[in-house]
Write a protein that binds this ligand. Structure first.
Ligand SMILES: Cc1cc2nc3c(=O)[nH]c(=O)nc-3n(C[C@H](O)[C@H](O)[C@H](O)COP(=O)(O)OP(=O)(O)OC[C@H]3O[C@@H](n4cnc5c(N)ncnc54)[C@H](O)[C@@H]3O)c2cc1C
Length: 364
């Protein structure tokens, strides 16, 4: 089996393929975990179940939230940084509505009052009146998780660019890299933002969009935040090294931002005014990552069809935002489908060449 793309999604496919008895897995990727051009290297790493007004997607996210701890159990060097996360990025009424909706879908989300917030976030200066608390939310180090999943998969990983998918009639026979043709009858494409270009080599037009996310890392600090927090115009969490990882408004697009250095410094200065800490908060470094965004916001996982509507054999696609949340079951159900032909009902709605409108989400 060939997997194109060595981010968290490719790693989950490799891991689950190996678990299901696929012994020869070759991963081809132009960038590796930790390289700055990967989305996975630049992630905030919040695993959560939120998907407002989209029950089916929220259900898939919740299933991933429940599966992550099992995966962590199976892999010895993998762990989460924190469990539970607070949000208050909406007006009170909206937030109540969001939480109520997600609770009705079976999610463990609750409302925390000001006095509870003071207890759980004692270093926060301006405690909001209420916040949502995702009881089972996790923070995961994306690069570490990806490396550990690959290690457990015993894959052969080659740093190379794939130029072309090679097909004969409607069957894949391999891929062409910058250096060679590698033959295989099963190619899994987990290439993030590289997907449209790769699919264009087999005449499939696949539309995606992207946005640029900035995260700043402070030098290590004493313990200030036990839980990740997301307010109106900021999100922050503290990692195992004691560094705060701070972003602006969640999912903000900074592609038009002219002065990134200033914006990065400002994120730290603003955070220093929110937390009770008398020492200096110093910028260690920042990351700029491009989010791979399928056009309707939902993951795209599954087999492909050509322009005539005929099935292409041996090609499987998985591309998504929120890949840290979604990768575990995308890989597990994806590999099940590749090996058995059976499609799990939780990914039924995420066929790659089907998009859904906002109205359709609401009517589910
Ligand atoms: C700032 C930011 C914050 C985020 N925060 C969160 C969060 O809190 N929670 C969450 O769940 N998600 C979050 N995400 C999203 C998440 O990080 C991504 O959805 C996920 O990392 C995507 O993983 P991937 O494996 O699909 O893509 P990538 O990690 O980008 O990996 C794709 C790989 O494919 C390779 N590739 C591409 N084209 C080719 C080619 N032609 N030949 C060979 N290799 C190729 C690339 O080199 C790359 O290594 C965030 C993303 C960003 C940028």
């Amino acid at each position: 089996m060939i997997i194109v793309g060595a981010g968290i999604v490719g790693a989950s496919f490799a891991y689950h393929a190996y678990q299901n008895g696929v012994s020869k897995i070759t991963v081809l990727s132009s960038h590796l975990p930790g390289d700055k051009n990967q989305a996975t290297s630049n992630t905030w790493g919040w695993v959560n179940g939120y998907a407002s007004n989209d029950k089916n997607y929220a259900t898939f996210r919740l299933a991933n939230l429940n599966y992550w701890p099992k995966l962590i159990n199976y892999i010895s060097n993998l762990n989460y940084t924190s469990k539970g996360a607070f949000i208050w990025d909406q007006e009170e009424k909206e937030l109540q509505k969001t939480l109520k909706q997600h609770r009705s879908w079976g999610q463990s989300v609750k409302i925390s009052t000001k006095s509870e917030l003071k207890e759980y976030l004692p270093n926060l200066i301006n405690t909001p009146t209420i916040a949502g608390f995702g009881v089972d939310d996790l923070a995961i180090d994306g690069v570490r998780a990806t490396k550990e999943l690959f290690k457990a998969s015993q894959s052969k990983i080659i740093k190379t660019n794939v130029k072309e998918i090679v097909c004969e009639t409607n069957n894949v026979i391999g891929v062409k890299t910058d250096d060679e043709i590698i033959n295989d009858d099963e190619v899994i494409i987990t290439a993030g933002l590289g997907v449209p270009e790769l699919l264009s080599t087999i005449n499939i037009s696949f539309e995606m969009t992207s946005s640029l996310g900035l995260l700043v890392y402070t030098k290590p600090l004493p313990s200030l935040l036990k839980y990740p927090i997301t307010g109106f115009d900021f999100h922050a969490r503290q990692d195992e090294k004691g560094r705060l990882i701070i972003g602006g408004k969640f999912d903000d697009d900074l592609s038009q931002e002219k002065n990134i250095n200033y914006t990065a410094e400002k994120l730290i200065q603003d955070m220093a005014t929110r937390l009770n800490y008398n020492g200096n908060m110093i910028l260690d470094h920042f990351t700029l990552g491009t989010r791979p965004l399928p056009i309707d916001g939902r993951p795209k996982i599954g087999r492909l069809i050509n322009q005539k509507g005929e099935k292409l054999n041996g090609i499987y696609l998985a591309v998504m935002h929120s890949g840290i949340t979604n990768a575990p079951l995308a890989g597990r159900f994806g590999i099940d489908e590749v090996l058995t032909g059976e499609r799990n009902s939780l990914i039924r709605d995420f066929s790659p060449q089907k998009t859904v409108t906002q109205e359709e989400f609401q009517n589910v």
